[in-house]
Design a protein around this ligand. Structure first.
Ligand code: 13P
Length: 248
C-alpha cells in the first residue's frame, strides 16, 4: 500500500503523519502488507530519520525523479540522490505529471530505467482519461503506456505498476472493482507478452483512484490487484491505517 501525499504536508507535518501511522499499525499488519509513504521532496530527509530512529517497517517513497544521475537540470532531483536518502520506491509517470508537467511515455521510460539502475523500485503509473474511456479506448491506451514505460526495463529489477484511471483520481468516483480487476489482468497479460511469466507474475499491480477504507476490500478481492496507490485517504493516518488493515 503506497500513500502518495502529493504536494501536501511540510516536513513537520510529515513527521507527525508517519508517527501517527506507525502508532496505528502493528507487526501483524507489516507481515501482511508492505507499507510505503511518499512525501514531498522537502520532507524526505525528516521522514527518513524518523523511520530509521524508530525502526519503523515503513518504506520511503518519492513522487518523481529525473532520468540523469546529475548535471545542469535546475530544480530536478536524481535517482542517486533519492537512493542516498533511503528511498526505496519512486512514483514515475503519475497522471498529474503527465497532464500538467509534460511527462511523456519516453520520459517515463527513462525515469523508470534510472530508478532501476539505482536499485530502487519504480511505481510506474498508467491510466486512461475519461474521454479515452468513453471512446472505448481505455485498454489500448493503458497497454500502450505499459509497453512504452516498461520497454527494455522489465526484468532488470522489481517494478510496480499502478493502474490509475485519470477520471477516478481525487474525484471520489472510484473505478468499479470489476473494471480495475479486468485492467489489472490485461496489464499482467501485456507484461507476460513483454517478458517471461515469472517477471509478469512477480510484478505487483496496484489500483489507484479514490481508494478509501470502505472500498479497499473490493479492490483487493480482485486476483490481479495486489495493492493500492492512495492519494487523499493517505493523508489521514487513521484512514490510511484502515486501508493497510483491509484484511481484518
Ligand atoms: P486519490 O486517492 O486522492 O484519488 O489519488 C489517487 C492518486 O493519484 C494516487 O497516486
Amino acid at each position: 500500500m503506497v500513500g502518495n501525499w502529493k504536494m501536501n504536508a511540510n516536513h513537520l507535518e510529515a513527521i507527525q503523519m508517519v508517527q501517527k501511522l506507525s502508532y496505528r499499525l502493528d507487526p501483524g499488519d507489516y507481515d501482511r502488507v508492505d507499507v510505503v509513504v511518499a512525501p514531498a521532496f522537502t520532507a524526505l530527509r525528516s521522514v527518513q530519520i524518523v523511520i530509521e530512529q524508530d525502526h519503523m517497517p515503513i518504506g520511503l517513497g518519492a513522487q518523481d525523479v529525473h532520468w540523469e544521475p546529475e548535471g545542469a537540470y535546475t530544480g530536478e532531483v536524481s535517482a542517486p540522490m533519492l537512493a542516498k536518502l533511503g528511498v526505496g520506491h519512486v512514483i514515475v509517470g503519475h497522471s498529474e505529471r503527465r497532464q500538467m508537467f509534460g511527462e511523456t511515455d519516453e520520459t517515463v521510460n527513462r525515469k523508470t530505467r534510472a530508478v532501476l539502475d539505482t536499485g530502487m523500485v519504480p511505481v510506474v503509473c498508467v491510466g486512461e482519461n475519461l474521454g479515452e474511456r468513453e471512446e472505448g479506448r481505455a485498454e489500448e491506451v493503458v497497454i500502450g503506456q505499459v509497453r512504452a514505460g516498461l520497454n527494455r526495463n522489465l526484468g532488470i529489477g522489481s517494478v510496480v505498476v499502478a493502474y490509475e484511471p485519470v477520471w477516478a483520481i481525487g474525484t471520489g468516483r472510484n473505478a468499479l472493482p470489476d473494471d480495475a480487476g479486468v485492467m489489472a489482468e490485461m496489464i499482467r497479460e501485456t507484461m507476460r507478452d513483454m517478458a517471461d511469466t515469472d517477471v509478469a507474475e512477480g510484478t505487483r499491480l496496484l489500483y489507484g483512484g479514490s481508494v478509501n477504507a470502505g472500498n479497499i476490500k473490493d479492490f483487493m478481492a480482485k486476483r490481479h490487484v495486489d495493492g493500492a496507490l492512495v492519494g487523499g485517504a493517505s493523508l489521514d493516518p487513521d484512514s490510511f491505517a484502515a486501508i493497510v488493515r483491509y484484511f481484518r
